[in-house]
Write a protein that binds this ligand. Structure first.
Ligand code: MTE
Ligand code: HPA
Ligand code: MOS
Length: 767
């Protein structure tokens, strides 16, 4: 499938695509605002809004006392208050809600709200949380072999720590929800969310209203990147609470700087490790202890830690390994899902280790990477016991080292570095092996509801959400392929909890795998109804001869008998016959990924349906005087099985790389000692811009490697290519190594911003 436009491409570029803020809702929604905490830790002692409520244009002010049923929400643990009722846990946590006719009215009322807070000393860092023993849950462990024996037999052993930073999702559409009261207990809620079902369930719990009274809908999001997997729900809840008391639609929409201050981000990680390896570069033993900064509440932190642990070895076979992990609670907003979901943090650590081994041995990093790759037979079992099957590392390696001309370019880079004092170049290859499936096994399920109309058009409903990744386009294509009709005959509906119930979040890159199969399942049932009708029709038309439903074939907008291809009828015509013969042209569908399970207590199982693979090679030029970097060239070869939509997949790979690059070299997320976010807007927080795209950017899909067990042999693409961004960081470090002719290890910060590069250069020159 060559060119494939996103189903909303025209609407996107013409500005007609409707996002939640564009919806015309009557009566006009009131605006919902939160009065938030200015301290990171403390207690709510008393409050009084008797004056504030009198302000013109204020319709309601709510505290925790006005919550109809439960004041605790959360994706896994219900540990998060909707509104502060006692303890305050981070700056920006909501204490009161206000329904106002305008922002001016809210700001006026805000000044008149009297509140007495007791301030306590906050905990911001992992170190401090460790000192105070503030771990969320018991530490996790995955272990295989015997690390002690491994360290004893290894030629060399070293220890170290790997630190990676947080990252703001920076979806272009900030968090937004509109709640519209209906009759009785009904609410229709529009929420920019990856997780309409969880939103619906949490509204039900907080309001004390049955789930079937609440309908949550989302046409599309203006980006999500994990930031709307759990953390969008609270705005839908606020809107519903305020709509309930005012009897009017209410819209909650966060301004950029508010969104950035109060929402959770990628987890910063600090990882201690000890590694044993041999002269040939092969790792024999590895001990890893992951520590993440979870922020104020549980959110998805344990699942994110788990995915880091399940990616601790990336593409490498490590015979003796112990992986420990702990999440630490601190007084910053609860950190949450972000593309890769802990995987990037886990992979950064092992790549950091591999790089050090190579430097210690005076070998090229790629040589050490290659010699540790998962192989066949005994070298193909992960630390958690899953077999690495259909390993694509070698085919990708062969192709990309050749097409990117790695060996020659390595020489050219070395040559450049010999001849240049103030500019250095660096080169890095990063492999990725990424596990596909929710590691929480029950989430690997999806539903659909497909309708066929008598003009031959198809309406697909499925439980997945569109955030720009092209899921709806892929579902449109699946339906078109299954029915053998043109894509423009298929429409994908807005995601709605009343159409498909109990859906999982669109996350873990599983959207097309899960929903694709559910759509196919629904269609297969409708096709039986159509085939029965058409077999009868052909039999009656060609007297004395039978047609069999198993011979009825759907192709080129036609239905025909494969034994007698002259017996044919148009798809649209056939739908009319099905209706006349009183058969159903509609069906629900369902899919559950077979064979995935993971025993958390033991740290063993088959958490992933399969692995997605890829490799990237980046070359940078670093200006040592200013720290400015230029990405000269990046090559990526990535495995998506047989693509469901090539152009969309290329877009996902390009975007993921740039987003990963942002994490690794630009985005410096900072909190001060009091828990204040020092980087809450684009003037202090630098995300990649158009000039940060590599000058020469060559992204390719691995052709000819279908995956046998997925929808149309495709593979998930959303998150895995995020890892390629790390090649930017390692290429910078490679360039800095060249300053000392590979004698002094650069102390390069993560992210490697221009400022930190200058600091690292300075340290090398002053050694
Ligand atoms: N692409 C765009 N344009 N916008 C997004 O928000 N989210 C990413 C990825 N690609 C995202 C995106 C994340 S975090 C995930 S898990 C997947 O898309 C989810 O969609 P999928 O399962 O359909 O790939
Ligand atoms: N990935 C993304 N989201 C999730 C996962 C996962 O593995 N588990 C639970 N939510
Ligand atoms: Mo993606 S972080 O799994 O929403």
């Amino acid at each position: 499938m060559k060119t494939q436009y996103h189903e909303s491409a025209t609407l996107h570029v013409s500005g007609e695509a409707k996002y939640i803020d564009d919806l015309k809702i009557s009566p006009k929604p009131l605006l919902g605002f939160a009065y938030t905490s200015s301290i990171a830790k403390g207690r709510l002692k008393s409050f009084d809004f008797s004056e504030a409520i009198k302000v013109n244009g204020i319709h309601a002010i709510l505290s925790h006392k006005d919550i109809p049923a439960s004041n605790r929400i959360g994706a896994v643990k219900h540990d998060e208050p909707v509104l502060v009722d006692d303890e305050i846990s981070f700056i920006g946590q909501a204490i009161f809600l206000v329904a106002a006719e305008s922002e001016e009215a809210f700001l006026e009322a805000k000044k008149l709200i009297k509140v007495d807070l007791e301030e306590l000393e906050p905990v911001i860092t992992i170190e401090e949380a460790k000192k105070q023993g503030l771990n969320l849950d018991i530490p996790r462990k995955i272990e295989r072999g015997n690390i002690q024996e491994g360290f004893e037999t290894a030629d060399f052993v070293f220890e170290g720590v790997t630190i990676s930073g947080g990252q703001e999702q920076w979806y272009l559409e900030t968090q937004i929800s509109v709640a519209v009261p209906g009759e009785g207990n009904e609410f229709k809620v529009y929420c920019s969310t990856q997780n309409p079902n969880e939103t619906q369930m949490l509204i039900s719990e907080v309001m004390g209203i049955d789930i079937n009274e609440i309908e949550v809908e989302i046409r599309r999001m203006g980006g999500a990147f994990g930031g709307k997997e759990t953390q969008s729900a609270i705005y839908a809840i606020w809107a519903t609470l305020l709509a309930n008391v005012t009897g009017n639609p209410v819209k909650v929409r966060l301004e950029r700087h508010v969104d950035q201050q109060i929402t959770g981000k990628r987890h910063p990680f600090e990882t201690n490790y000890k590694v044993g390896y041999n002269k040939d570069g092969k790792i024999v033993a590895l001990d890893i202890d992951f520590n993440s900064n979870g922020g104020a509440f549980a959110d998805l932190s344990m699942a994110i830690l788990e995915r880091a642990m399940l990616h601790a070895e990336n593409a490498y076979f490590i015979p003796n390994i112990r992986i420990l992990g702990t999440v630490w609670l601190t007084n910053i907003p609860p950190n949450t899902a972000f593309r890769g979901f802990g995987g990037p943090q886990g992979i950064f650590n092992i790549e950091n280790i591999i790089e050090k081994i190579a430097r210690n041995l005076g070998k090229d990093v790629t040589e050490v990477q290659f010699s540790n790759f998962y192989g066949e037979n005994e070298r193909n079992i992960t630390p958690f016991g899953q077999k690495v099957e259909l390993n694509r590392l070698y085919v990708i390696w062969d192709k990309i080292t050749e097409s990117a001309d790695y060996k020659n370019r390595r020489k050219q880079v070395d040559e450049f570095n010999k001849n240049n004092k103030y500019k250095k170049r660096g080169l890095s290859l990063i492999p990725v092996k990424f596990g596909i499936s929710f590691t929480t096994a029950f989430l690997n399920q999806a539903g659909s509801l497909v309708h066929v109309y008598t003009d031959g058009t198809v309406l697909v409903n499925h439980g997945g959400t569109e955030m720009g990744q092209g899921l709806h386009t892929k579902m449109q294509r699946v339906a078109a392929l299954e029915f053998g009709i043109d894509m423009n005959k298929v429409k994908v509906n807005a995601t709605n909890t009343a159409k498909v119930p109990n859906a999982s979040a669109t996350a873990a890159s599983t959207g097309s795998d899960l929903n694709g199969m559910a759509v196919k399942n629904a269609i297969s049932k409708i096709k039986i109804q159509i085939a029965m009708t058409i077999a009868e029709h052909f039999s009656s038309k060609y007297e004395g001869e039978d047609s069999y439903i198993e011979n009825i074939t759907f192709e080129n907008n036609k239905i025909f008998d494969s034994i007698h291809p002259e017996r044919t009828i148009g798809f649209a015509e056939a739908t009319v016959l099905v209706r006349l013969s009183r058969r159903s042209l509609s069906s629900s569908g369902f899919y559950a990924t077979p064979g995935v399970e993971f025993d958390r207590a033991k740290g063993v199982g088959t958490p992933f349906f399969y692995f997605a693979y890829g490799m990237s090679i980046s070359e940078v030029e670093v200006d040592l005087l200013t720290g400015k970097i230029d990405l000269i060239r990046t090559d990526i070869l990535h495995d998506v099985g047989d693509s469901l939509a090539e152009d969309i997949d290329i877009g996902q790979i390009e975007g993921a790389f740039i987003q990963g690059l942002g994490w690794a070299v630009m985005e410096d997320q900072k909190y001060d000692k009091k828990g204040k976010n020092l980087t809450p807007s684009p003037d202090t927080y630098k995300i990649p811009g158009i000039n940060d795209i590599p000058k020469d950017f060559r992204v390719e899909i691995l052709e000819g490697n279908p995956y046998p067990n997925t929808i149309h042999k495709s593979k998930a693409v959303g998150e895995p290519p995020f890892i390629h961004g790390l090649s930017g960081w390692f290429a910078i470090k490679d360039a800095l190594w060249a300053i000392s002719d590979y004698k002094i290890e650069p102390e390069l910060n993560f992210p490697a911003t221009n400022e930190y590069i200058v600091v690292a250069v300075d340290k090398i020159l002053n050694k």
